[in-house]
Design a protein around this ligand. Structure first.
Ligand code: C5P
Length: 305
């Protein structure tokens, strides 16, 4: 049986500016994405029939409590395979197998990552020969973060997040992710944001110039100082205990501490790999999160391995 495997990074938002809710329910974003080397893998195996199935295996340390990932047609990797098959009139099926390391419902786009990896793995398995632009179009239909997870690196995100363009970023950034036991629903956090702004709508979002300058110079201190997330206040309201992580970040001299995307994962920027190991150790010994994971970025987007 032929098999193809794609690896895909997690995403973080170094800045996440969120505008007023659009008529279609989405919010206009001005975001700076970075892909980090906390990676899921999606393997696609040839099958005899036209069924697209999925099974999920949890990698990483394995002991962390994980929200259930759907193993039916609601799984985003299955949706991605079916969308690719429709677009290219493929008749074959595929057995997908996901090795999950990216936290589930953690604000790091784990489901979107699996969709991007599924597109790349199934494109290779079925020999559809989709162009980058065709894959990006299908990706945008699957979720706001999926195009960036094909792209990888460090990039600007506009529209509802699906309009991706590269930004100049030098150097490598060392992160620690404080991971919670229970995830947050992205839709719920956005609904909380609407409620917070029910009287005065938020302004049209912009990417902070100081962040772009710091990225272009490879200045980790500047990046740390310019981190921002409009969804952070809502995530902290829903999970007040996350504030303890910020206290540890301050004590451990993290260059910056920020809720990742819609949370509840909190990311701490370190000076280097040693500093990130120290921060991870502090987070674990203080018991302020279920797990602390080191990762660095930028990483390439979904690619065959
Ligand atoms: O695009 P995706 O399906 O990943 O988004 C999940 C949910 O997050 C959406 O249903 C919507 O509630 C919210 N969302 C939003 N504005 C965005 C992106 C996501 O309101 N720009």
């Amino acid at each position: 049986m032929r098999t193809t495997t794609a690896r895909v990074p997690a995403k973080i938002n170094l800045a996440l500016g969120v505008g007023p809710r659009r008529d279609d329910g989405y919010h206009p974003l001005a975001t700076v994405y970075q892909a980090v080397d906390l990676c899921d893998e999606v393997r696609a195996t040839e099958v005899d029939d036209d069924a697209v199935t999925v099974r999920v295996q949890f990698g990483g340390d394995g002991w962390r409590e994980q929200a259930p990932v759907p193993t039916d047609a609601n799984n985003l990797a299955v949706k991605a395979a079916l969308a690719l098959r429709d677009a290219f009139e493929v008749k074959a099926g595929a057995a997908l197998s996901i090795r999950k390391v990216i936290p589930v419902m953690g604000g790091m786009a784990g489901g979107s990552a699996d969709a991007a990896a599924s597109l790349v793995a199934c494109d290779a398995l079925w020999g559809t020969g989709a162009t980058r632009t065709q894959l990006e179009e299908i990706a945008a239909g699957l979720g706001s973060d999926v195009p960036f997870l094909l792209h990888g690196g460090t990039a600007l995100g506009g529209g509802r997040g699906e309009e991706v363009s590269p930004v100049l970023a030098r150097g490598r950034f060392h992160w620690v992710f404080a991971i919670a036991d229970h995830g947050l629903s992205t839709a719920e956090v956005y609904a909380g944001y609407d409620l917070l702004h029910s009287d005065v709508p938020p302004p049209v979002p912009e990417v902070p110039a100081a962040l772009l300058t710091a990225l272009a110079c490879g200045d980790a201190y500047g990046v740390g100082a310019a981190l921002s997330n409009d969804l952070q206040a809502v995530a902290l309201d829903l999970r007040p205990e996350l504030r303890h992580i910020f206290t540890v970040g301050e004590r451990g001299a993290a260059l910056g501490t920020l809720v990742s995307g819609s949370g509840p994962t909190v990311m701490l920027l370190a000076e280097d790999a040693d500093h990130s190991a120290q921060l991870a150790q502090m987070l674990l010994s203080e018991g302020v999160c279920a797990d602390a994971v080191q990762a660095s970025g930028p990483e390439p987007g979904a690619h065959l391995v």
